[in-house]
Design a protein around this ligand. Structure first.
Ligand code: NAP
Ligand code: G4F
Length: 364
């Protein structure tokens, strides 16, 4: 079998989290490279395959049936073992997670079950079944917590970006569960010789991003406000800064990590950091509008320059008990060893999201 990129492969991949943002783009990428793709899907009372409906068909009668879905859950180890024996994947991408940081404060035990112990269950299924699978763990820049803020609190000129050697100091139930997953992945690599790697990915966004994450929440709301379908958008911490990249480029980095001679851990980031406030400003600029701000703290409000209409308000329920204030990644190692480089600028990323949401609104 030959892929679009002329890489000859008949590899099989298993993706947990295939119905999520990253899983859907990764499945497309792997199909393009000639892989057979299996995905784990949670049973749900309503359809949850919207992001992959265009590539999925479980009908063996159809010729191009290279995506197969299986019911499963990271909280169920017997199911993972059965899937391992049945599928015998060459590569496993463990993207399944309770991935919302704020929600993890509401469901901390469940988050640990899925994000921490779920990773152990998967690794142990590889060990127990003896299947020769490579393993990718979806680690996160949330592991660093506020390391950068603390390092630089005395001198702003010392601001550095975060890399594979920077110490972690996670500050949410989500990040702490992911810290366990990070280390258990390394432990299984060292103890059992598994090809297991961590991708420490900084925030990455797309039109398929969940609607409760801040970028998508803003792009949808700004498109609605500018088409007269919504009045005001309420948010929390406007000054949090993130290193936001474009998801299709990041899933390519995941794949590259799985093709090395030796497993290793890599940061994927753009090397640029922007605030939530800048994301709002840039989203309105897509429509040629400027925002100005008045007030402070929870009384702060954002107004449209052209009409003086209030469009942004603050709602204290969106503030986190402990937030990560500042993330900025250094992708040098990925550039050198994976030949990976993101190409989408912040401005382009905002445009991609707002344009897609505007089209959705117009077609709805
Ligand atoms: P997402 O859109 O929230 O997708 C999460 C996926 O995990 C969904 O398919 C979800 O299924 C599945 N899932 C949730 N609980 C599960 C369980 N108990 N068993 C099996 N599957 C379960 O997240 P994403 O943005 O694609 O992120 C993918 C991974 O990368 C996650 O592990 C996330 O923590 C990590 N990560 C993301 C970013 C980022 O910026 N996006 C950065 C660093 C790391 P349903 O569709 O049924 O809910
Ligand atoms: O979009 P967010 O919810 O993403 P967050 O917390 O950075 O987590 C995402 O990226 C991580 C990688 O660093 C992943 F591991 C994780 O799975 C997830 O994909 O929030 C970004 C920032 C935060 O500081 C938050 O306090 O935006 C701030 N924010 C301000 N108002 C808000 C809101 N976040 C959300 N979700 N909703 C608001 O109204």
């Amino acid at each position: 079998m030959t892929s679009k990129n002329n890489i000859s492969t008949s590899k099989t991949a298993l993706i947990s989290g295939i119905t999520g943002q990253d899983g859907s783009y990764l499945a497309e990428l792997l199909l393009g490279k000639g892989y057979i793709v299996h995905g784990i899907v949670r049973r749900s009372s309503s359809f949850n395959t919207g992001r992959i409906d265009h590539i999925y068909n479980n009908n063996p009668e159809l010729k191009d049936s290279r995506v197969f879905l299986h019911y499963g859950d990271l909280t169920d180890s017997s199911n993972l073992n059965r899937l391992m024996e049945k599928i015998q994947p060459d590569e496993i991408y463990n993207l399944g997670a309770q991935s919302h940081v704020q929600v993890s404060f509401e469901v901390p035990e469940y988050t640990a079950e899925v994000d921490a112990v779920g990773t152990l269950r998967f690794l142990d299924a590889i060990r127990e079944t003896g299947v020769k699978s490579r393993f990718y763990q979806a680690s996160t820049s949330e592991l660093y917590g506020n390391t950068l803020v603390r390092q630089n609190s005395h001198n702003a000129s010392l601001i550095k970006s975060l890399n594979e050697d920077t110490p972690f100091r996670p500050s949410s139930p989500y990040a702490i569960a992911k810290l366990y997953a990070y280390w258990i992945t390394i432990n299984y690599r060292e103890a059992y010789g598994l090809y297991a790697c961590n991708g420490i990915l900084f925030n990455h966004e797309s039109p398929r991003r969940g609607e409760t994450f801040v970028t998508r929440k803003i792009s949808i709301a700004v498109a609605r406000i500018m088409t007269g379908k919504q009045d005001v958008l309420h948010l929390g911490n406007l000054d949090a800064r993130r290193d936001w990249g474009y998801t299709p480029e990041f899933v390519d980095g995941m794949w590259r990590m799985m093709q090395l001679d030796e497993p290793d851990d890599f940061v994927l980031a753009t090397g640029e950091s922007h605030s939530v406030r800048e994301f709002i400003t840039e989203s309105f600029r897509f429509f040629g509008e400027e925002i100005y701000w008045e007030g402070s703290g929870i009384a702060e409000k954002g107004y449209l320059q052209s009409t003086k209409k209030m469009v942004i308000g603050i709602d204290k329920s969106y503030f986190r008990l402990t937030d990560v204030e500042f993330l900025l990644g250094d992708p040098s190692k990925a550039k050198e060893k994976l030949n990976w480089q993101p190409n989408t600028s912040f401005k382009e990323l905002v445009k991609i999201l707002v344009e897609a949401d505007l089209a959705l609104i117009k077609n709805s």
